[in-house]
Design a protein around this ligand. Structure first.
Ligand SMILES: [Zn+2]
Ligand SMILES: [Zn+2]
Length: 179
């Protein structure tokens, strides 16, 4: 979806603030919760995000006509302010992760996993912006990601749906390696 400049960059203010809020609430609500437990839940959320990123990009943004039409705007104009508005992604993460996990496992675990999902999402959005807007010197992680993502945009066969990593592309056989 085409966004205003403010709408495009809103994720970078909204999500880190919510992650801080979740952490503060968890510590206030359960001060004895050790950092390591929350951190493990958070890392699990980040790992889950990498799979979600792959599944959403491949299964929704390239397969379901309504969303594919919106995603196509990005493929046509990779440097434009095109993305998912925060008012759509935030309810999705609350309804899809925070509330059901809270209900099933309690606030502390739900808060950690949701924070991880949000951090993974911001990492993805930020990295995707860098890949299309920054000049990146060869030889780095960013350069490799940039090549892989360029192949997603320009290769003939559908490939490289993961933006932050190629792990799930390798698992599901859609990896196209950059040289
Ligand atoms: Zn795509
Ligand atoms: Zn792109």
């Amino acid at each position: 979806m085409r966004l205003s400049k403010a709408g495009y960059f809103a994720d970078f203010a909204v999500y880190p603030s919510i992650v801080l809020g979740l952490l503060t609430l968890t510590l206030r609500h359960a001060p004895s919760v050790v950092w390591i437990e929350w951190s493990i839940a958070c890392l699990a959320g980040i790992a889950a995000w990498t799979l979600l990123e792959y599944a959403i990009h491949r299964g929704v943004l390239h397969r379901i006509r309504f969303f594919a039409a919106m995603h196509e705007l990005h493929h046509e104009d990779p440097e434009g302010f095109v993305g998912t508005p925060t008012w759509l992604s935030l309810p999705a993460v609350c309804i899809g992760a925070l509330f059901p996990l809270w209900w099933k496992t309690g606030f502390d675990f739900a808060s950690g996993v949701t924070a991880g999902l949000m951090l993974g999402y911001v990492w993805y959005v930020g990295l995707h912006h860098m890949l299309h807007h920054w000049r990146i010197p060869p030889g780095s992680y960013l350069y490799h990601r940039k090549h892989c993502h360029a192949l997603h945009h320009h290769a003939r066969q559908p490939c490289n749906f993961g933006v932050t990593s190629q792990f799930w592309d390798r698992v599901f056989g859609t990896a196209h390696r950059a040289r």
